[in-house]
Design a protein around this ligand. Structure first.
Ligand SMILES: *[C@@H]1O[C@H](CO)[C@@H](O)[C@H](O)[C@H]1NC(C)=O
Ligand SMILES: *[C@@H]1O[C@H](CO)[C@@H](O)[C@H](O)[C@H]1NC(C)=O
Length: 401
């Protein structure tokens, strides 16, 4: 999840507050108790890490979506079961193999390294896992922070912090002991220690080491990197391909791997970002890789407004990406979707998931997000009373189980 304050909003703040200094890259620019400037230096944007913390990260606002017409394609049947239509989605549907929520928390406090457990970050709650497994969901995405896993003192290719690794292993074991899948992902936007990750070799070593820790657990899913952005698509592709090769070389051959593109891996910008031109070439010796994309339904596609563009925006924003997956004989995995709890958004989410299940090429979908620290965030699906529990869960998600 990421978000940006619009230039207009920033100007409005500047005009009412006395001369606000802009915040340097990687500085704090928002959060519930924060009272400083929310304007980032040129060349960076204010990105929400969590309700308590927003940070100026290098980059610019999300490009507008393209309006390219999909070009059809062959379609890729998967091995999942098919179902007849239901009241919110007509026609025959291919069910998701992987359906669940993001379990956010261990990536909170994005600049507090290593930070303190319980203060800067937290691990997901077993009770939250139980709740969703009890409802029939089977997949949990668990973000973590690279600088906590591989401390900057020894670098990304160095050894792991055993305390933090053990926190990750504990929640992964809990999830897999329930028969569910744990998607583990560095929530780092292809950045590490205040710089863009540029060494393919170091990144490969990191993934070889991490895969080695989990290679005997088939229900772990390796998600190479959350939301790279402001890096060209080919470079991001090369890093992903190197990581896939390193994971397989480590002996982790049974796990699904998810790759993510640049431009925050947005489905709506899959073509305009350049991802479509390069990601068709992804190769996995074990032939078990899927393309992870993210999609929000508010006007800037950031998941920061509870207002959706229209009741059909979900299906519309996925159309080009779905056609691309079909044409390239690849599988898609919607790693993040979120929207407000109102009738327009509920219809838009239903439309998105319906179009995905009708296409046969999307193998998974995850709501953003559960996690113990979301407070009143409008997309929180943390039981018992997250904002998305009352309506989104029964009306927009459960019909697609
Ligand atoms: C899943 O969790 C990560 C970690 O906070 C977050 O950045 C990402 O946006 C989440 N996905 C969704 C769909 O919210
Ligand atoms: C390892 O992680 C723990 C838990 O976050 C932290 O207390 C400790 O300082 C870390 N050690 C190093 C060397 O970063």
């Amino acid at each position: 999840m990421r978000s940006t304050f619009s230039a207009f909003a920033s100007l409005a703040i500047l005009s009412v507050v006395s001369p606000a200094l802009s915040v340097a890259v990687y500085g704090q620019c928002g959060g519930q108790t924060y009272s400083g400037s929310t304007v980032c230096d040129a060349g960076s944007v204010c990105v929400v890490s969590n309700p308590y913390y927003s940070q100026c990260l290098p980059g610019s606002a999300t490009p507008a979506p393209t309006s390219t017409t999909p070009n059809g394609g062959g379609g890729t049947p998967t091995s999942t079961s098919t179902s007849p239509g239901n009241s919110v989605c007509s026609g025959s549907r291919t069910k998701f193999q992987f359906f669940g929520v993001n379990e956010s928390g261990a990536e909170f406090g994005q600049t507090a390294w290593p930070g303190a457990l319980g203060k800067d970050y937290t691990w997901p709650s077993p009770s939250s896992i139980d709740y969703f497994v009890g409802q029939g969901f089977n997949t949990f995405r668990v973000p973590f922070l690279l600088e906590r896993m591989t401390p900057p003192a020894t670098g990304i290719a160095g050894s792991f912090n055993q305390t933090y690794l053990s926190g990750l292993k504990t929640i992964v074991s809990y999830i897999t002991s329930k028969g569910a899948h744990a998607v583990i992902e560095p929530h780092n936007y292809m950045r590490y220690n205040n710089g863009i990750i540029s060494s393919t070799s170091d990144f490969s070593t990191f993934w070889k080491n991490l895969a080695n820790e989990f290679k005997s657990t088939a229900n772990v899913i390796f998600d190479i990197m959350n939301e790279p952005h402001d890096i060209d698509a080919q470079t991001v592709f090369n890093m992903n391909q190197a990581a896939v090769n390193a994971i397989r070389a480590s002996g982790a051959t049974q796990q699904l791997i998810l790759v993510e593109g640049t431009s925050w891996t947005g489905a709506w910008t899959w073509q305009s970002s350049g991802n479509a031109a390069v990601f068709g070439a992804i190769k996995d010796p074990n032939n078990n890789v899927a393309i992870q994309m993210h999609q929000y339904l508010d006007s800037d596609g950031s998941g920061t407004s509870g207002t959706c563009v229209s009741s059909t925006i979900g299906a519309e924003r996925l159309q080009v990406a779905t056609a691309w997956l079909q044409a390239n004989n690849l599988k898609g995995f919607l790693g993040e979707i979120g929207a407000g709890s109102n009738s327009q958004c509920i219809s838009a989410v239903q439309g998105a998931l319906c179009s995905m299940q009708q296409s046969g090429v999307w193998i998974g979908a995850l709501w953003w997000a559960a996690g113990p620290w979301w407070a009143d965030y409008f997309q929180s699906i943390e039981p018992p009373s997250g904002a998305a529990i009352a309506q989104i869960l029964p009306q927009a998600l459960k019909p697609f189980l």
